[in-house]
Design a protein around this ligand. Structure first.
Ligand SMILES: [Zn+2]
Length: 492
């Protein structure tokens, strides 16, 4: 099947489950012959204005501002950029040639005998099949469920992965990806974590430890409609696929899409910096907070885990800003009260990500190290629930880096997550040995046990000071009474 007929079949397949939406327009794949991907540097407000006017597409998930960001430009606009003296670096000289290479590599991978699942870009259908694979093959670790429905009627799927035992007090993590449709590597990165957690559980001690002690919730794609539309035919598509013309409140006629990562209900629409009330905008925030059905189930999950007191971390994977962004997004000052902890953990994430191949991921408050935006995931989870939350911007030359870059980017995401998971593993309870001498007679606790504790105390074991007293002498009959109590409550 060629790419166009494949795209048409996707559209037709989507049509069978569409509700309350007009049919998708059938479009030929977009063409980018001669278009360049360019990293520009706006040094002044005037340069920023010039660049924004010339950009055919902003190729940076988080937006634009004074500083560096990436854009797509046609040849005449590139010439204008040069004429304006804008400082820049060409990342991809011909985006169409780059995309053609991706599909040539894709065909080569698929023709191979045993293609790795992470060796090329997978379709939404392949993601759904693969999610079921983990649930079927690892029933003791992985549970697949539907937590919501997209605007076009697709299911928002969640894979919960955790080891055996009670999860009542187990710390919970949410890892989500692909709010932005065109950031193709991001659902692969979330799926790679699922893959490693399932396939190396029991053999990799580090993975086994985190899976046994953290309750992970993976929403591999929050935007299945957008992804199915973007891959393969519309690689520039960012938002969901809401027909804004269907809603009189928008005042829009023909445009599609709400930016899901501007639709979260904390400081939604705080200002027009980094989110927009204009429905044709790439950062259109929707008519109201939570207006988009893709977010309903995710919100319920966040709120429910937080209400149980278990939600520790919410990871939202994006591309390709190559940075580790903590709250706030909506303002720069005052900084969040937990910024020191966010930075401590941010440094751990940075070190983990650099361990793969040395890539430097700067970390910090997103509004400070990158750009302002509001209505995003991390501001909601931290702002409402106080749980640690990051926007993880993976690196890469574009939203669709060469297929050879998929696996290393996935590995960077995993290596960034692991140290944070380890940080939140509760410390093991202290050993309990009320019957210090290990005797089996009756009574089991005797003065011999107290002598045993005196000996342990002399050798530096503070556990012997059972009542925690600071007096002199530190060990008294009170400590022995303390151990009698421990023994009575089940400590052997
Ligand atoms: Zn993004």
């Amino acid at each position: 099947m060629n790419r166009l007929s494949f795209a048409l079949s996707l559209v037709l397949a989507a049509g069978t489950s569409v509700h309350a939406q007009p049919a998708e327009p059938v479009e030929a794949p977009m063409q980018y012959r001669g278009h360049r991907a360019v990293r520009v540097e706006a040094r002044t407000a005037r340069e920023l204005q010039v660049i924004r006017a010339l950009a055919d597409e902003v190729l940076t998930c988080s937006g634009t501002g004074i500083g560096r960001f990436d854009i797509r430009v046609t040849p005449p606009k590139y010439a204008a950029l040069v004429a304006e003296g804008i400082r820049h670096e060409v990342l991809i000289p011909d985006i169409q040639a780059h995309m053609d290479q991706i599909w040539a590599d894709d065909a080569r991978v698929r023709a191979g005998d045993d293609p790795s699942w992470f060796a090329t870009y997978r379709t939404l259908t392949e993601f759904e099949t693969r999610m079921q694979y983990y649930a079927t093959n690892y029933p003791n670790l992985a549970t697949l469920s539907n937590i919501g429905t997209s605007i076009q009627g697709r299911q928002i799927k969640m894979l919960r992965i955790t080891g055996p035992g009670s999860t009542e007090t187990r710390p919970a993590f949410i890892v989500q990806a692909n709010q932005h449709a065109r950031e193709w590597v991001t659902p692969h990165a979330a799926m790679y974590m699922v893959d490693r957690f399932c396939e190396t559980y029991g053999t990799d001690p580090r993975i086994t430890n985190v899976v046994n002690n953290i309750d992970f919730h993976f929403i591999v794609t929050v935007n299945p409609d957008g992804y199915a539309y973007s891959n393969p035919s519309n690689p520039s598509w960012r938002k969901n696929r809401r027909a804004n013309s269907n809603n009189p409140a928008t005042g829009c006629s023909t445009t599609f899409g709400v930016d899901l990562n501007r639709n979260w209900g904390y400081q939604w629409g705080y200002d027009n910096t980094g989110s927009s009330g204009t429905c044709s905008s790439e950062t259109y925030r929707g008519v109201a907070a939570w207006s988009e059905p893709e977010l309903a189930g995710v919100k319920s999950l966040v709120d429910s885990l937080a209400a149980q007191g278990r939600l520790k971390v919410h990871w939202d994977i994006h591309a390709n800003g190559q940075s580790i962004l903590s709250p706030w997004g909506f303002r720069t000052t005052p900084a969040p009260p937990d910024l020191p902890l966010m930075n401590t953990l941010g440094q751990m994430i940075q070190t983990g990500m650099a361990s793969v191949r040395g890539t430097n991921y700067p970390y910090g408050q997103g509004s400070v190290i990158l750009y302002l935006n509001n209505g995003n995931t991390r501001d909601y989870t931290y702002g409402v629930h106080g749980a640690m939350a990051w926007t993880i911007e993976l690196g890469g030359s574009s939203f669709q880096p060469a297929v050879s870059q998929i696996l290393p980017l996935c590995q960077e995401a995993l290596e960034g997550l692991l140290p944070v998971a380890e940080y939140y593993i509760p410390p093991a309870p202290p050993p309990c040995y009320a019957n210090c001498d290990g005797s089996t007679g009756s009574p089991r606790l005797t003065s011999n046990d107290f002598q045993c504790f005196l000996n342990r105390f002399a050798s530096g074991d503070t556990y012997a000071n059972c009542d925690g007293s600071n007096g002199v002498p530190m060990l008294t009959s009170n400590d022995f009474q303390c151990f009698l109590n421990k023994f009575a409550s089940g400590c052997t």
